[in-house]
Design a protein around this ligand. Structure first.
Ligand SMILES: NC(=O)c1ccc[n+]([C@@H]2O[C@H](COP(=O)([O-])OP(=O)(O)OC[C@H]3O[C@@H](n4cnc5c(N)ncnc54)[C@H](O)[C@@H]3O)[C@@H](O)[C@H]2O)c1
Ligand SMILES: [Zn+2]
Ligand SMILES: [Zn+2]
Length: 361
């Protein structure tokens, strides 16, 4: 048995995305079918379309989603039909070397649905980040469903499924921002702004937002940035040093995914400070740094996969903070759109017009 739904696919490298009929199999062992209610447009979806992640076209795009479980496989006990869930791309295995050492947020063997969703002609689809949620319904591993309070709107909850969690986690989990720290965030899209929210939550004393677009800097201020730097007109390394007593920030978060901005992050941090790379580079990018500077400046250079989050721990916690008014996840939703508007949303993202466009079903 299976069902047919509408979904957005990326047919080939740099080809426009389009809405197609998708065949969703009934859930087998360990799987769940989720009726998607909202799915945000993340820059990583655009990376997929551009062939920047891998060549496994056609992709079923969308991975930042929330919805309601429709049906589950025979052995599934953690979630049940009717549960309101955020979809995650870190269904921890419990058995890999990271999990066995008690560090499941690094799980090296996360799982997705075993069965494939297909086009009508049987072509197998590669769901973005093992999710594929620009679709009315999607098939995932049950472990990819994290139950949260249904009182929160799906548009808001879904954001935690990727970009906002990645950004907040880059600050609080990977960067371990602490009370009184100075923090700089380079690139203030959805992910960078979420890092600003995370840094504020963690008690950072100063939060310096860096972007090349003044509109993004204005929004960054509303998210908690105490200072802003337009790096098109001002040298960001100099500016960050000036704003931190001449030394550099304790934690610099790179949320663009580019060698140039990484270099800025590297030199804008204080001695023994931390650089967190949360932006995703493309395969051809290379970084060159004097090894003596890497040594001499000390500290740590970290990458943040999904904000080093543990969905079962972090999603409900952040939903709680949102409901208490201590963070405002609603501020990330610039517009809600339909399934047929994803290509346009990519263009708007590229133009810097939006933080998040969210597809509503
Ligand atoms: N590590 C993870 O787990 C994870 C998860 C989600 C997204 N990401 C990545 O994070 C990055 C940001 O995603 P997003 O959704 O916020 O994208 P976005 O396009 O909304 O934001 C990017 C921002 O960077 C700014 N920018 C571009 N070039 C710049 C430069 N040279 N200097 C300063 N600012 C510059 C843009 O103006 C924009 O505001 C992407 O690379 C995305 O793939 C990583
Ligand atoms: Zn594991
Ligand atoms: Zn994403």
């Amino acid at each position: 048995m299976s069902q047919q739904v509408q979904g957005v696919i990326a047919p080939g490298k740099n080809e426009p995305v389009r809405v197609e009929t998708i065949i969703v199999p009934d859930p087998g062992p360990g799987e769940a079918v989720v009726k998607v209610q909202a799915c945000g447009v993340c820059h990583t979806d655009l990376h997929y379309k551009q062939g920047g992640i891998n060549d496994d076209f056609p992709f079923l795009l969308g991975h930042e989603a929330a919805g309601v479980v429709e049906s589950v496989g025979p052995d599934v006990t953690d979630v049940a039909p009717g549960d309101f869930v955020i979809l995650n791309w870190r269904a921890v295995c419990g058995n890999c070397r990271a999990c066995l050492r008690g560090r499941p947020w690094y799980c090296f063997n996360t799982h997705n649905a075993r069965q494939k969703m297909t086009l009508l002609d049987g072509t197998e689809l590669s769901p973005a980040l093992g999710i594929g949620a620009f679709a009315e319904k999607t098939l995932v591993a049950a472990g990819q469903c994290t139950k949260v309070d249904p009182a929160v709107s799906a548009s808001v909850a879904g954001l935690l499924g990727c970009g906002v969690m990645a950004g907040i986690g880059a600050a609080i989990n990977t960067g371990e921002v602490g009370r009184g720290d100075t923090v700089a965030v380079i690139g203030c899209g959805g992910v960078g702004d979420a890092s600003i929210v995370g840094a504020r939550l963690a008690g950072a004393a100063r939060i310096i937002a860096v972007d090349i677009d003044d509109r993004k800097l204005e929004t960054a201020k509303t998210m908690g940035a105490t200072h802003t730097v337009n790096s098109r007109s001002t040298d960001p390394v100099e500016a960050i040093r000036e704003l931190t007593g001449g030394f550099g920030a304790d934690v610099v978060i790179e949320a663009v995914g580019h060698p140039e901005t990484y270099r800025q992050a590297f030199y804008a941090r204080d001695l023994a400070g931390t650089v967190v790379l949360v932006g995703v580079p493309t395969p051809e990018m290379k970084l060159e740094l004097p090894l003596l500077d890497v040594f001499g400046r000390g500290g740590s250079l970290k990458s943040s996969w999904y904000g080093d989050c543990l969905p079962s721990r972090d999603f409900p916690m952040l939903i709680d903070l949102h409901q208490q008014g201590r963070i405002d996840l609603g501020a990330f939703v610039t517009e809600t759109i339909g399934l047929g508007d994803v290509e346009q949303a990519f263009a708007r993202m590229h133009e810097g017009d939006v933080l998040r466009s969210v597809v509503r079903f």
